[in-house]
Design a protein around this ligand. Structure first.
Ligand code: PMP
Ligand code: GLN
Length: 409
């Protein structure tokens, strides 16, 4: 049996110590190398978890708590049993691209070729990430209008780009196009817009889109138009898609989501349309990020989309929910501007409390049993607008329970 000398014991110690020091340093190095040092777990996850813990009425994350149409679900069953269970084409199932092309032509009078101008994606999130990755590189500036949905900036930063902010002011959240134009430099590669707008519920009018068209005309700037709430727009207004404006359509990626339109956010299915030149670059990234997306779901959606009434009824459907919610809280201390689109309503709580919105949001969950999204995390520098965002894509009884709580505050 070999007896260890004190020196070999010291050696053993040092080896262990060295390994320990090395692993600690290594971990620190990894942290230093984080590509998104400022990014935390999303507000939707943290608030959602808190809402579940306190069994609060959940009007926070945007998803319907009612079921999708039986017909759509049975089309998915049929696609599964018919054996569409292997990879779809990289660009998406042709039948679905074809029907999307027809839909956009009939609604916005722009023809996108199913062959090389439409790609089916894993929700709008992947479409947005892919478009940014395909074009934004180190030092490129991307104009982001704040408050903004939270997936734009991390994608820009991961690609070495620089977000340049245009902050809108509560309660109107309208764009001052001169202020917007002043942000454009020779480094501006892309501009991101979102209409109808999450979280403010505002929409861009024809006049807004014309301003944007005039500003971008003399430039090579690419437009990324997030239009996931295209079919949720109220009071007889029209969704002014970037596809309707030839000067914009030629330079745009328009991103859409079946999740919002057909009450199936969990299916994570969306699409992106763009000119053939832009789309060719998009597909170079898409084919290595996901290659293709869920095949049977694409088959089901292709059949379902043949009947436009399945999406054209939505404006009315959600307008009734908005109106029911607003009528219900009329006697409360909240102030608001009715949403023009989306299934979100911002409520100003400044008559109730001076708390920061994150504090107020958490108090409402813990003390009153209702969950909403504080919008500071969508603003520049977490600016506090004293606004909470409530999702009204909920069953009548859920809205009734929410109204009862909100009126007590
Ligand atoms: N953009 C906005 C403005 C959204 O609200 C959402 C909702 N999740 C998305 C993009 C992402 O859509 P999807 O769930 O289809 O990825
Ligand atoms: N779009 C949804 C919302 O704004 C959230 C989706 C998500 O959780 N990332 O509430």
């Amino acid at each position: 049996m070999e007896l260890r000398s004190p020196t070999s014991r010291l050696g053993f110690f040092l080896t262990v110590f060295k390994i320990h020091t090395f692993t600690t340093m290594d971990h620190e190095q990894h942290l230093k190398a984080s590509k998104l040092p400022e990014v935390k777990t999303t507000i939707f996850t943290t608030i959602g978890n808190l809402a579940r813990k306190h069994q609060a009425i959940d009007l926070s994350q945007g998803f319907p708590n009612f079921e999708a149409d039986k017909k759509l679900k049975s089309l998915l069953n049929s696609a599964l049993t018919a054996g569409h269970n292997q990879y779809a084409p990289m660009q998406g199932y042709y039948g679905l691209r074809e029907i999307i092309s027809e839909k956009i032509a009939s609604l916005h009078n722009h023809n996108y070729s199913p062959d090389d101008e439409i790609t089916i994606t894993v929700g709008a999130t992947q479409a947005i990430f892919t478009a940014i990755t395909a074009f934004v590189g180190k030092g490129d500036e991307v104009i982001v209008i704040k408050p903004a949905y939270d997936c734009y900036e991390p994608a820009i930063i991961l690609n070495g780009g620089i977000p340049v902010y245009v902050q809108l002011d509560a309660p109107d959240y309208t764009i001052n196009w001169t202020a917007f134009q002043n942000k454009i430099t020779d480094k501006t590669k892309m501009v991101i817009i979102n209409t109808p707008h999450n979280p403010s519920g505002t929409i861009l009018t024809k006049w807004d889109m014309e301003q944007l068209e005039n500003i971008l005309k003399p430039t090579n700037i690419i437009l990324l138009s997030d239009e996931v709430y295209e079919h949720i727009i109220f009071d007889g207004q029209v969704h002014e898609s970037a596809s309707r404006f030839p000067e914009l359509a030629n330079r745009s990626f328009v991103c859409a989501s079946f999740g919002k339109t057909f009450h199936v956010t969990g299916w994570k299915m969306g699409y992106c349309v763009a000119s053939a030149e832009l789309m060719a670059e998009f597909r170079k990234v898409h084919q290595f990020a996901v290659f293709c997306v869920n095949h049977p779901v694409q088959r089901a959606l292709a059949s379902y989309l043949k009947n436009p009434s399945y999406y054209l009824y939505l404006n009315n459907f959600y307008q009734q929910k908005r109106d029911f919610f607003l009528e219900g809280i009329k006697s409360s201390k909240f102030k608001c501007k009715p949403a023009h689109g989306t299934y979100f309503q911002l409520l100003d709580y400044s008559n109730i409390s001076n708390d920061e919105d994150e504090v107020m949001g958490k108090r409402l969950i813990k003390e009153y049993g209702i969950a909403s999204i504080p919008i500071s995390s969508f603003n520049v520098g977490n600016r506090n607008d004293f606004m909470l965002r409530f999702c009204f894509a909920k069953k009548q009884e859920t809205l009734e329970q929410a109204i009862e709580i909100l009126c007590k505050l």
